[in-house]
Design a binder for this molecule. Structure first.
Ligand code: COA
Length: 257
């Protein structure tokens, strides 16, 4: 499949979904979101061990939802747009491989919200991040009000969302919005290093552990613990479980599937 405003590139087990509208700072219009949905579906196969979400060009990761598109939306149209954004965020959150947001440049509004749905966020120190919707007379609508307070402390989330504050990558790392802030120009190298490390891990164990971690935000502790017991025992009998343990006993490197 080919799309006009996104790219899907595969390099070994690392699949990169790039939003490719640099003239609009990779803002997300409906065409782009529809293409992302198709691309994520295509990417969710056995070959993908890690998914990277990135923006094309030097200026932006994703400068948010497309304001030109949103200006005249009716309430039902806005609802459909919110649902589309939510579906993509949820697909990233539950994607059957680890996901990394490579945040180089602007990440505003919906761009931040898609990054929040990824497992890892690596930003350049000079990136600029913000849930800036309040400046447009709206509020985050693709999960930002729910995912950001789960990631940073409550008051920081309120400050960012209610004031629409923009923070650079350094401060984003300090408050826990991103995992890592790296020197300008080095984001893609850092992302590649993390992606390679994740891609060489045993696939089923990684996906099962991701699903279990997600339960922290979905379920009460007793249900999360029950999920973990089922997940853990379900890994026994897999090639990677036998190989990992046998390799340890034989004092050699494991060869995972
Ligand atoms: N939706 C639609 N178009 C957008 C956009 C968005 N979210 N963000 C940027 N663009 C467009 C601009 O309209 C401009 O188009 P033009 O060349 O036809 O005028 C182009 O992208 C370049 O942006 P510009 O504003 O000229 O670049 P800048 O470097 O001066 O400023 C930003 C960059 C990111 C600070 C500024 O574009 C901005 O504030 N964008 C909106 C961010 C936002 O509020 N996002 C949340 C949406 S919910």
């Amino acid at each position: 499949m080919s799309w006009d405003t996104i790219r899907l590139d595969r390099d070994g087990g690392v699949t990169t979904l790039t939003v490719d509208r640099p003239d609009r700072l990779n803002a997300l219009n409906v065409e782009t979101l529809d293409a992302m949905e198709e691309a994520l579906d295509e990417a969710a196969d056995e070959r993908t061990r890690v998914l990277v979400l990135a923006g094309a060009g030097d200026d932006a990761f994703i400068a948010g939802a497309d304001i030109g598109h949103m200006t005249d939306l009716t309430v039902p149209e806005a609802q459909a747009y919110a649902e589309l954004g939510h579906r993509i965020a949820r697909t990233l959150e539950t994607f059957p491989a680890p996901t990394i947001a490579a945040i180089d440049g602007y990440a505003f509004g919906g761009g931040c919200e898609l990054a929040l749905a990824c497992d890892f966020r690596i930003a350049s120190e000079d990136a600029l991040l913000g849930q800036t919707e309040v400046d447009l007379g709206i509020a985050p609508g693709w999960g930002g009000t729910q995912r950001l307070p789960r990631l940073v402390d409550d008051e920081t989330a309120r400050r960012l969302i209610l004031l629409g504050e923009r923070i650079d990558g350094r401060e984003a790392a300090e408050v826990g919005f991103v995992g890592e802030a790296v020197p300008d120009g080095e984001v893609h190298d850092w992302v590649a290093e993390l992606a390679d490390a994740l891609a060489s891990q045993p696939r089923h164990a990684v996906v099962a552990a991701k699903e279990a971690i997600n339960q922290v935000y979905e379920a009460p502790l007793s249900a999360g613990l029950a999920h973990e017991r089922r997940m853990w025992s379900g890994l026994f009998g897999t090639h990677d479980q036998r190989e990992g343990m046998t390799a340890f006993l034989e004092d050699r490197e494991p060869e995972f599937e």
